[in-house]
Design a protein. Sequence first.
Length: 123
Amino acid sequence: MYTLDTNAVIYHLAGEPSVVDFFSSTGREYAVYHVSSVTETELFSKKQLIAHEFAQINDFLTQCNVVPITSPIARMAGKLRSLYGIKLADSLIAATALFTGSALVTRNVKDFQKMPGLEIVAL
């Protein structure tokens, strides 16, 4: 199981080879991909999002388990943010990975590597 950071989805949708390879190697049709509702918000908040991009994001998200921010995730994110001084969105995404027991797939390893118990897959 994997939780996808926003940048992992963006690079995948852009067709970046190393990220596309990751999805191919994990057996996309069999792997479980979690996406925080924060990532969903970030993806749809791109300025001047055109219809094709909207459809592409929407299609991708239908293949994922979009995890809402529940009270346990919010509390865990608050603690992570307090302990490690990371951005709110990053703390919510990390908390989602920890809550679901999945590895966090990201290019932004630096902000997450100091969190014990968080498995990271670097792109």
